[in-house]
Design a protein around this ligand. Sequence first.
Ligand code: ADP
Length: 500
Amino acid sequence: MTQHNETWNILVVDDEENIRLAIERILNKIGCQVFKAADGHEALQVVESKEMALIILDLKMPGMDGLEVQRRIREIDENVLVIIITGYATIETAIEAMRQGAYDFIPKPFETDHLRFVVRRALKIFDLQREREHLEEERRKTLFDLSTEKSRTRTIMEALPNGVMVTNHQGQIVLMNQAVKDQFDLNDNCSIGNYIQDYIEDPGLCNFVQQTIQQAGCQSDEIPNYELEGANDTYLLVEARPILGEEGNYLGSVFIFVDISAIKQLDLLKSEFVAKVSHELRSPLSTIHEQMALVIQDMLEQASSGRDHQILSRAQEKTKGLISLVEDLLDLSRLEAGAAFHEIQPVKIDVLLDEIVQSLESQAQHNRQNLKLTKKEREYPPVEADKKALESIFNNLIGNALKYTPEGGDIEVILQTLADGLEIKVQDNGFGISEQDQERIFERFYRVKDDKTRFIGGTGLGLPIVKGILDDLNGSISVESELDKGSTFIVKLPAEDKLT
Ligand code: ADP
């Protein structure tokens, strides 16, 4: 028999006292608490006041007979188990009692063992019934908790100021909160289940969602993001996170839309401020620089004090540094404002590189460096770009190669045609760049500071400018370098099909 922590309440209803007492004795021994009733009325009172596991009921009693008592008990507790006992055991009474819902039937006089057996079997049923009710209650509670949790989550999602959108593994939208609908002026009642392009007309965003699905399996700490314009002149930043199942299978993605209009506005103000200040500084600085050059020239001619000359030369050097900072800042502002490309025209890259290498030749000679341009082919297709922007790229890269290569080093610029454009390598055998620094040199103002480069002037803006221009040109830049061996910067540029 199953372990039972409580005792079972059993009611014995019989008009014969000795039978009631005999049953009580037998059942006490198997852990039951026995209640006794001499007739139907007493029995009903007990059932009303206490829950019974089982009722043992005599069929033949004076007054209310057993079948009537059973019927009235059922009105109070419809599930209670009833075992009928009677001295007039006939098949008909047994069938009638069972038909009216009795669980079992014992003829009088009964054997102790038989009574115990029948009672135990009934109690097992009672326990199972209890267990089932308990489980049912638990299930009801869990379902209730779940639905409360669901509505709580929905309320939180709807109240979020940021847009939240969830797609399934095929890219169909399965959830979209109110903020997304507001950000894109979508109908409040628009139904979900379609693809992103059915809601938001932005090819870039569609690509972004597509890429998120394709790259879902790739482990990366970086959160992919994309910027786009929302409704009412807003700027939004979308960040994506894949949702993976327990076995790492892709289930879908969550997209968060953050309104960055204020940051964009601030960024614009900052750029305008930097551009304005740089512009205002450029001409006075150039004048100071030129006038210092004149004074230094005079000093040299008059062979005046070496110390004054030294001080002025250092000041002139610093002014030169300031001028190049101002020029870099202006280049950056132009790039940010999208004004870096005034005059798009077909540019002959081989001619342009020739000119730049020639213009830097004197600097190379001064450092006793060997600077050369190698052209792998005789003719090259033209590059559609602003010539000044291209000049800026290669002046920066070749200038850096000269700066960060010690005296006597070799710098080679190699131009060649690729299947899908042009490749220009700027290669030196100079100081080289550590792997750690290679990851950061394209960041604004980042400069490598070690014993060799500490005293070399610069702004840390050259490479970010180069990268910015190349991004706008749909080109690319990468670096291969080893410390103390040298560096190679590899530029790829899209080119026209036709040759020049
Ligand atoms: P700047 O030269 O004004 O410092 P850049 O943005 O052009 O700024 O370069 C960033 C940093 O990258 C430099 O400070 C330098 O440490 C490193 N670097 C760039 N080109 C080379 C090169 N050819 N060889 C070694 N280091 C280089």
